[in-house]
Design a protein around this ligand. Structure first.
Ligand SMILES: Cc1cc2nc3c(=O)[nH]c(=O)nc-3n(C[C@H](O)[C@H](O)[C@H](O)COP(=O)(O)O)c2cc1C
Length: 183
């Protein structure tokens, strides 16, 4: 039960890059939700056996992608059997605009974790919001529910801002530390 899984959807690679940063920080395995909203073979069993699950999705039209939502709806099977009860959970999202309604997405992820009886991990970083703040800082977007990234619409996954990736990595570390403390 000490394994951590980052389960995510990414349409164009940005959330995938963020997922990698979270997984690096957490020492987690990555599970990608495919373009049809499905998981690879054996992934449900791996999720059921994990100690922590971290959800990731881009923000599309002010919420999670439909592929992520298909996965979330399919997790109702685990909900019925309480298979994810008392696991540690976290979540992250990326969108093009600085705001972009990302809060709606992370709140959805937190609600999903709560439906499963999970223990949600907040970001745990002060916002970088002083006069000398820059987008290279940790938590430059000033979130607290989960990890956030903002990637302008014409910026490739390779060019994502290091500050957002560092924030994602720090969040992964926090989830892993939380799980270790609960063991
Ligand atoms: C269908 C669609 C809807 C989107 N809706 C939003 C949105 O509500 N807010 C926002 O800031 N960006 C929005 N975007 C931009 C994406 O969040 C952004 O391009 C993100 O980096 C995509 O992540 P991905 O490469 O992992 O798919 C949208 C993009 C698409 C394709």
């Amino acid at each position: 039960m000490s394994k951590i899984i980052v389960v995510y959807h990414s349409g164009y690679g940005h959330t995938q890059r963020m997922a990698q940063a979270v997984a690096d920080g957490a020492g987690a395995e990555l599970v990608a939700i495919d373009a049809e909203g499905n998981l690879p073979e054996g992934a449900w069993e791996r999720l059921n056996a994990a100690g922590a699950i971290i959800f990731g999705t881009p923000t599309y039209m002010g919420g999670p992608s439909w592929q992520f939502k298909k996965f979330a709806d399919a997790s109702s099977k685990a909900w019925f059997t309480r298979a994810w009860q008392d696991k540690v959970f976290g979540g992250f999202t990326n969108s093009a605009s600085l705001n972009g309604d990302k809060q709606v997405t992370v709140q959805y992820l937190q609600t999903l974790a709560s439906q499963h009886g999970g223990l949600w991990v907040s970001l745990g970083l002060l916002p970088s919001n002083k006069k000398d703040a820059s987008r290279a800082d940790l938590n430059a977007l000033g979130g607290s529910v989960g990890a956030l990234a903002a990637t302008p619409a014409d910026v490739s996954a390779q060019e994502m801002l290091q500050g957002d990736l560092d924030t994602a990595r720090a969040y992964g570390e926090r989830v892993a530390k939380t799980l270790a403390r609960l063991k």
